[in-house]
Design a protein around this ligand. Sequence first.
Ligand SMILES: Nc1ncnc2c1ncn2[C@@H]1O[C@H](COP(=O)(O)OP(=O)(O)OP(=O)(O)O)[C@@H](O)[C@H]1O
Ligand SMILES: O=P(O)(O)OC[C@H]1O[C@H](OP(=O)(O)OP(=O)(O)O)[C@H](O)[C@@H]1O
Ligand SMILES: O=C(O)c1cccnc1
Ligand SMILES: [Mg+2]
Length: 496
Amino acid sequence: MNQGRQLYQHSLTLLTDLYQLTMAYGYWKSGMADKEAVFNMFFRRNPFQGGYTIACGLAHVVEFLQYFQFSEDDLAYLDTLTGNDDQPLFEPDFLKYLRNLRFTCDIDAIPEGTAVFPQEPMLRIKGPILQCQLLETPILNILNFQSLIATKAARIVQVTKGEPILEFGLRRAQGIDGGLTASRAAYIGGCAATSNVLAGKLFNIPVKGTHAHSWIMSFDTELEAFETYAKVMPNNCIFLVDTYDSIEGVKKAIQVGKQLKAKGYKMAGIRLDSGDLAYLSIEARKLLDEAGFQEASILASNDLDENIINSLKNQGATINVWGVGTKLVTAYDQPALGGVYKLAAIRNDQDEWDYKIKLSEQVIKISTPGIQQVRRYHNGNGFIADMIYDTESFVSNRSSVMIDPMDYTKRRKLDNSAPYEDLLVPVFREGKLIYELPPIEAIKERVQGQLSMFHEGIKRFANPHIYPVGLEKNLYDFKTNLILKLRNLKTEAEEV
Ligand SMILES: Nc1ncnc2c1ncn2[C@@H]1O[C@H](COP(=O)(O)OP(=O)(O)OP(=O)(O)O)[C@@H](O)[C@H]1O
Ligand SMILES: O=P(O)(O)OC[C@H]1O[C@H](OP(=O)(O)OP(=O)(O)O)[C@H](O)[C@@H]1O
Ligand SMILES: O=C(O)c1cccnc1
Ligand SMILES: [Mg+2]
């Protein structure tokens, strides 16, 4: 029986964890639904043991929020949920409340394509606590994955040094949305094109493609396969040469390349997809050059990542176009960015902010309270440090002191008359979109622009230099005192 399409045709508003809805119900039932709260999204470690992370996914957060509304279907489904006594989980009046619920929060976020670092709020949301709570899961889902893949792509781009990377990952991506959003993030991170046609259409990304072994295998001979392809697609010929014997394959490609030339076309190149890619590319280059095909590209693919590409380059490989799939779109060596979303402040009955903190035995896991902003300082040559400050308590003096949250002896004085940029920009005000989403090309350019502004050391793969990020002194002191108070210890001031 045809059940109809089950995926991708309905409201995404239920794309959240059930516990967000049970808490939402709790807030509503106890009269707290509209209490104003602030949450921050941040991560604690850069992925891939690297020195930076590329922020990506905000456009899809915006899209999600613009369509945020419970549909009749959604509500009917929620109405079927029961607790362990088989009674309805949610009472009808709560579902009526959800029917009329609209997104009305303020959001400030760091633009896509910006390099970001641990502890920095990538996104800050302020609004009724019930809404902020429901949005934790989708916001993390979107930003964690796209930022992870954009970062992976940026690392691969670092090693190919301007040579184009074609993203070939769709067949092994983590499902349909994983494939689509990975293609977008990979392009933003610096890939030149994708093989993913739907991503090309949806996100305005260039698409590219060669042909597979099956094309070669469907003919009696490799030569016939190349000749037929040249006949039907004379303007898009990259011949896959490794089906039977890569060197023999290159020779056949040259034969067909000459036929193309005689007809006024150009053989764009060859593709290697197995064997020793360094050796084979060097041999292929010699053969191509000797035959007058100096301009023909050598594309290589086969489980490539930044480390293998680096090694191939060190071996003198003459590959100049890189096809990268599985290890890019699945972020093979680190499958998730550990971004979190934490309550940082809540309005009390006196209409003042109560700052909130999550304690932990591990210092790195203690959250930072406050309505946070990130100030990125420049000197003439590049970025020198990022300071996280609380917008409510910050006093813009001539200089600020920032303190490393992991080591209070590490301090730095920063000059507020030097150029700086406050990284979070207003995106929504009371639910209204006030941010103009940049075109994907601008986001992509921002990545490379940003990376050129940091000390080379943060881009190193092994033990990268740690870019300085700290808390502004008032925020640091406030956080420390709050920790002491929660642990029932005296603050320094109370001690004397
Ligand atoms: N010169 C090289 N130096 C380092 N790694 C390489 C080199 N050449 C190829 N590789 C990588 O080594 C791995 C080879 O994998 P594998 O043995 O599965 O493939 P293969 O036997 O070449 O081809 P296939 O199984 O696809 O026919 C791939 O990840 C490839 O990118
Ligand atoms: O290796 P990736 O980085 O994922 O790039 C995409 C791969 O997909 C294709 O073949 P597929 O892997 O489907 O088959 P093969 O390994 O047998 O060539 C292509 O030939 C690449 O090898
Ligand atoms: O176009 C290609 O060569 C291609 C596309 C997807 C996967 N592997 C290769
Ligand atoms: Mg493969």
